[in-house]
Ligand binder design. Sequence first.
Ligand code: FES
Length: 148
Amino acid sequence: MIKSSRRVFTRWITGVFAALWTGMASYPFFRYLISGTQKKQAGAELVTSISMGKVDDFIPGSAKNFKFGSAPALLVRSEEGEFYAYNAICTHLGCTVQYSDEKKKIWCACHGGVYDTVSGKNLAGPPPKPLKALSVEVNEGEIIVSRA
Ligand code: FES
């Protein structure tokens, strides 16, 4: 009788530990699958506009990477002095794009994708689509970037 109950208890406790171990081992995987993209989009969805500071803080032909919510974004001041802003997620495989002073274009360091500064259009490399544009407005010398 004692042997039998010990065996039952051993099986029961082994089953409990196996279930706990499986849960702990698989939790990060499922969490990653479910939340990664949704979190990025949710953070970006909450923000509708952001102040980027004063016009004079940006010389023509310069740019600044920033976060629009939790999503990477890029503000560019063209050589002509106009402002443009984009979602800075490369349309190829999702790397963060940046402005190249040398090329005077937006580029992706991952695979050499190139985008037009003024239109965000994909010009060279593997990106299949243009960058998603954000709206830029200058209000009393302050740059406001908002969802287009
Ligand atoms: S991820 Fe940008 S070019 Fe491939």
